[in-house]
Each structure stands twice: as structure tokens, then as C-alpha cells.
Design a protein around this ligand. Structure first.
Ligand code: AMP
Length: 205
């Protein structure tokens, strides 16, 4: 274990984790753009499939509308396809979401000899998440942003997703970032955490 900064830039193979309403989607896109890597959001991919009425969309529509989790096998098939297209760097948003998915991702990346570099945990108090979700429901009208479905999704987060952070923490991979503040402030905090891991932006001198 060393805290020394690496001499060469570290590949950005990132996961961003946080409860619904933590702003991880917004931050994920910004961070991926700054680093020049693809942001792979399973929620966005599923929603697009539902909207386009594809076979995948038909398979996942009811599950998403209930706020439940799509099966690990189906979810990982979608993620693997995107990872195969991605180069050396990527940012995963919304995946992995349970311990089974951690295992699938880990096995895949071990085979490529390209382990994760950092897991960003975006921390926000529950009340803030709920307020932000209610606001998003008003603005975007997402079908899975109703009170009942929001409660289900937050419960699943606590039960299934929060434990993945313990596993990643044991591997020294987690950087916890305070998600309360303006969008720019939170982005700066994340970029600071990544810089401490030796991950530099493309625009950095
Ligand atoms: P999100 O936008 O990340 O909150 O995802 C929206 C919905 O897509 C979730 O409530 C799930 O129904 C589904 N979903 C997204 N990512 C996953 C995943 N990694 N595993 C299972 N289901 C997922």
C-alpha cells in the first residue's frame, strides 16, 4: 500500500455510486466529459430501450416502472457490450448495483487485466435525495419518480447497493465525496479526489 502519486497518468476506470437523487447521473456525464471517457449509465440505456420499444425495452419496462432491479445477467450483457466498445477508460453510473454485479464486473475486468481505478461514492442525506427526486419528477415526469416507486428504489439502494461499497472499501478503492452543494462545487470535489489518485483531466496543463 502506497500513497505516492504515480508518475504516469492513471487510467480512469471509474464507478460512481450514490442513492437516487444524489446527482450521480449529472456528475457522471461531467466527469466523463472532462476525462474524455464514455459514461455508461445502465438507467439511461434501459430508459432509451424502453422509449425506442426495442426487445430489451420490452423486457425491462415493467421492472423499471416498479423501481425493481433488472436481472444481473441482462444488465451485465448491456454493460459488457458497452465496455467492449470503450477504450481503456470508462465511467460506470448505476452499475454495479448489487454484490452479484460486482462479481460479474470484477471477473470481466480481471480477464482484461484492467481493474477499476476508483469508486466515487456520492454522499447525500436521505432528505436531500427525496427532495431532488420530487423536483425531478415535476420537471422530467419520469415514470419511476412517483412517491411509492421512489421509496422502493431507495430501499433497494440501502439493502442491495450500499453493501457493494464495503467490498470496494476493503480494496481501498472508495473516495467518498460530499454531494451537497452546487453542481460545479461537487464536480470540483470529485475532480480533486481523482487528481489525488493520479487521474488527470485532458485539459490539465
Ligand atoms: P437509475 O437511472 O440508475 O436510477 O436506473 C433506473 C432503473 O433502471 C432502476 O430503478 C432499475 O430498474 C434499472 N437499473 C439501472 N441500473 C441497473 C442495474 N445495474 N441493475 C439492475 N437494474 C438496473
Amino acid at each position: 500500500m502506497t500513497n505516492a502519486l504515480p508518475e504516469t497518468p492513471t487510467a480512469a476506470r471509474l464507478v460512481i455510486v450514490g442513492p437516487q437523487g444524489s446527482g450521480k447521473g449529472t456528475q457522471g456525464v461531467r466527469i466523463a466529459e472532462a476525462l474524455g471517457i464514455p459514461a455508461i449509465s445502465t438507467g439511461d440505456l434501459f430508459r432509451a430501450a424502453v422509449k425506442d420499444g426495442t426487445e430489451l425495452g420490452q423486457q425491462v419496462k415493467a421492472v423499471i416502472e416498479a423501481g425493481d432491479l433488472v436481472t444481473d445477467a441482462l444488465t451485465f450483457a448491456v454493460v459488457r457490450e458497452r465496455l467492449q466498445e470503450a477504450g481503456d477508460g470508462f465511467l460506470l453510473d448505476g452499475f454495479p448495483r448489487n454484490l452479484g454485479q460486482v462479481g460479474l464486473l470484477d471477473a470481466y475486468l480481471a480477464e482484461r487485466d484492467e481493474p477499476l481505478t476508483t469508486v466515487i461514492e456520492l454522499g447525500v442525506p436521505r432528505a436531500v435525495s427525496i427532495d431532488r427526486l420530487a423536483e425531478r419528477a415535476r420537471q422530467e415526469g419520469r415514470t419511476d419518480d412517483t412517491d411509492e416507486v421512489i421509496a422502493n428504489r431507495l430501499a433497494i439502494y440501502e439493502r442491495e447497493t450500499a453493501p457493494i461499497l464495503d467490498v470496494y472499501r476493503d480494496h481501498g478503492l472508495v473516495d467518498t465525496v460530499d454531494g451537497v452543494g452546487s453542481v460545479d462545487t461537487v464536480t470540483s470535489r470529485i475532480m480533486g479526489a481523482l487528481a489525488r489518485r493520479g487521474i488527470a483531466t485532458q485539459t490539465a496543463a
